[in-house]
Design a protein around this ligand. Structure first.
Ligand code: F6P
Length: 368
């Protein structure tokens, strides 16, 4: 018989579909072992004075498998911000780490499950190095974490973006317009390329491939010549023209810079250069809202259950990961510090190219 434990769980960084499904799986698997679980509210901030906790009695919690958001709340800024830019990691002040550890001990916890992406897992690693037994669960719609084949939330975001593309197709075709859909993903193009291919996009712009307007406009005019008088463009928020810079919405000292606005720039340039009527749609936080797809529900449930097993095995400083067909554990250090981006010579880009999808990457051409 295993010794009774009391475990804490928190959700950090931007929210995404499936956070509640992970909480449910952790609480359920812990309850079955006879352990107690408590939630920390508002991300890592919940560990600071006064500690903010929430009772997690499985019998009193309903609909967590299907509901969006996180019942624990979260934040992607504040005193625990360990990342302020692409690859820029700073050490969290020792006083903050010590305060968190003191509260962890006061609450009588024996382990902490940290559910988060690159930024939150970077914080989790620092807590671990400061003596808190931590286990990680990889979350992010951006799918940009190393060491796992997929993060939860990504499939739900792709589903949302694909649905948007299906809708944009019908209106683009009715009006013979160019439609630009801007999607999230930060410095990785996973959402753009996955939804772009699934949703039949004609042009896909990803951060990994700097683009040329000549190439984009050439593709639109080629389609025009073939009698295809509408075009669907998918632009990742982190895409940028060759030699150009990222389009941002500002940032702050305690948070990463906010990306956004490239879709409008692309639409403006297309209209100016081709004369084609062009509209832009920014999908924004719709990609993060709502409940998880069935794929994500399953993944979250597997991740949550595995996280509890890691605690039981004493595998702290580790994160659960998907290495099909299994969930495995990897040191958190393997998942952070380097973003996983779309390989430009990989299968997804190749699939797109085989279908004639334009990635904006050839600067030459006979247009205009
Ligand atoms: O990391 C998830 C993400 O949704 C990114 O795709 C996006 O750039 C960012 O978070 C948006 O953050 P916020 O919710 O602060 O606007």
């Amino acid at each position: 018989m295993e010794a009774k434990k009391r475990i804490g769980i928190l959700t950090g960084g931007g929210d995404c579909p499936g956070l509640n499904a992970v909480i449910r799986a952790v609480v359920k698997a812990a309850t079955i072992r006879g352990w107690e679980s408590i939630g920390l509210r508002g991300g890592f901030e919940g560990l600071l004075n006064p500690a903010q906790t929430m009772e997690l009695d499985y019998k009193k919690l309903g609909h967590l498998l299907v509901s969006g958001g996180t019942i624990l709340g979260t934040t992607n800024k504040g005193r625990f911000s360990a990342k302020t830019g692409q690859g820029e990691v700073h050490r969290i002040p020792v006083a903050i780490l010590d305060e968190a550890k003191a509260n962890f001990q006061k609450l009588g916890l024996s382990a902490l499950v940290c559910v988060g992406g690159d930024g939150s897992l970077t914080i989790a690693q620092q807590l671990f190095e400061n003596g808190i037994p931590v286990v990680g669960v990889p979350k992010t719609i951006d799918n940009d974490l190393e060491a796992t084949v997929i993060t939860f939330g990504f499939d739900s975001a792709v589903h949302c973006a694909t649905d948007a593309l299906d809708r944009l197709h019908t209106t683009a075709e009715s009006h013979n317009r160019v439609m630009v859909l801007e999607v999230m993903g930060r410095h990785a193009g996973w959402i753009a390329i996955s939804a772009g291919i699934s949703g039949g996009g004609d042009i896909i712009l990803i951060p990994e491939i700097p683009f040329h307007y000549k190439s984009i406009c050439g593709k639109i005019m080629d389609r025009e010549k073939m009698g295809r008088r509408f075009t669907i463009v998918v632009a990742a928020e982190g895409a940028k023209p060759a030699g150009g810079s990222l389009v941002t919405q500002g940032g702050g000292l305690d948070r990463e810079v906010r990306l956004g606005g490239i879709g409008a720039q692309v639409a403006e340039q297309i209209e100016k250069k081709t004369g084609k009527e062009t509209r832009v749609c920014v999908l924004g936080h719709l990609q993060r809202g709502g409940g998880p797809t069935s794929f994500d529900r399953l993944l979250c449930t597997r991740f949550g259950a595995r996280a509890v097993e890691l605690i039981s095995e004493g595998k702290f400083g580790h994160m659960v990961a998907l290495r099909p067909p299994d969930t495995v554990s990897v040191p958190i250090t393997q998942a952070i510090g380097r973003l996983r981006r779309v390989p430009v010579d990989g299968d997804l880009v190749q699939t797109g190219k085989s279908l004639g999808i334009c990635f904006g990457d050839w600067p030459e051409g006979d247009w205009p």
